[in-house]
Design a protein around this ligand. Structure first.
Ligand SMILES: O=C(O)c1ccccc1N[C@@H]1O[C@H](COP(=O)(O)O)[C@@H](O)[C@H]1O
Length: 206
């Protein structure tokens, strides 16, 4: 089964259409104000409308208030939620949607404990976090920290690009890979050629 690809931080409808044409299985919309990839509700609706059928739309939140998430869900057709903050399993579950929990892959992280704690998650998204930056850092973490025997689907993120995604998949064997900065020409602006290259390497087509 080819590795799935999620391209996160889409801010423009044309980038959503290009991501899907490149072979992305999912796109991500960032509802987190401090991110340069943050989208408004109007932009999010326009992006979703530009997607062809069967491309999953993921909404990313960082310790957002429930009212904020509910307002997004009323307006934007999100398939999956992705939580990057200190949300508890109960907080992640309360919207009745499938969710991914991002795990900060710091030194000494106990991924198995996180997997047990977030038993209701559809998958674990393993990402690099830095002080004040809960993801989207463009930095790779030590893939050797990932236990080989996790039961949940692993979505590998953090500093992936067309140059390293094949090696990452070879070593980690994740269910999916997630990329943002590695396929951009500027923060929030996706590069069509880099998205195509990324998908081809991720799916073993080159
Ligand atoms: O993209 C962001 O700006 C962002 C902000 C806050 C939390 C998560 C964010 N993005 C997620 O991080 C991964 C990895 O990004 P990168 O490839 O290292 O740039 C990205 O795919 C999003 O899921």
């Amino acid at each position: 089964m080819p590795t799935r690809v999620k391209i996160c931080g889409i801010t423009r409808p044309l980038d959503a259409a290009a991501a899907a044409a490149a072979g992305a299985d999912a796109i991500g919309l960032v509802f987190y104000g401090p991110s340069p990839r943050h989208v408004t509700l109007d932009a999010a609706r326009a992006i979703v409308a530009a997607l062809p059928p069967f491309v999953t739309c993921v909404g990313l939140f960082v310790d957002a208030a429930p009212e904020e998430i509910e307002a997004v869900l009323r307006d934007v057709a999100l398939d999956v939620l992705q939580f990057h903050g200190r949300e508890t399993p109960e907080e992640c579950q309360r919207y009745g949607r499938p969710y991914l929990k991002a795990i900060a892959m710091t030194e000494g992280v106990d991924v198995r404990a996180a997997e047990a704690r977030y038993a209701s998650a559809q998958g674990l998204l393993l990402d690099t976090h830095q002080k004040g930056r809960p993801g989207g850092t463009g930095q790779v973490f030590d893939w050797g920290r990932i236990p080989g025997d996790l039961g949940k689907p692993v979505i590998l993120a953090g500093g992936l690009s067309p140059a390293n995604v094949a090696a990452a998949i070879d070593q980690v064997r994740p269910y999916a890979v997630d990329v943002s900065g590695g396929v951009e020409s500027a923060p929030g602006i996706k590069d069509e050629r880099r998205m195509r290259e990324f998908c081809r390497y991720a799916k073993g087509e080159v």
